[in-house]
Design a protein around this ligand. Structure first.
Ligand SMILES: [Cu+2]
Length: 84
């Protein structure tokens, strides 16, 4: 429980690295009553995006990636993590 670092590598459908995107990480728990956590990710290396989150509760978290590509296209990806 506590600080967590989320790092993602973005690839397009042809497996080419996706650079210059703006990625916002949203962290939610599955139960009601908690506010989502939002953090902007930094592009720490070409196509690699990283954000530091403070996950203040044990349990299952859903991470939503809000991605805006350099051409303005928007998409979302979702992943689940467990905090012990
Ligand atoms: Cu919670």
């Amino acid at each position: 429980m506590g600080p967590a670092t989320v790092t993602v590598a973005l690839r397009d459908a042809t497996a080419k690295p996706v650079m210059g995107a703006h990625v916002t990480v949203e962290a939610n728990m599955s139960h009601p009553g908690m506010s989502p956590i939002f953090r902007d990710a930094r592009e720490i290396a070409p196509s690699r995006y990283q954000a530091d989150l403070e996950l203040g509760m044990r349990g299952d978290w859903v991470i939503l990636l809000h991605i805006r590509l350099a051409n303005g296209e928007k998409l979302e990806r979702q992943l689940a993590i467990g905090v012990e």
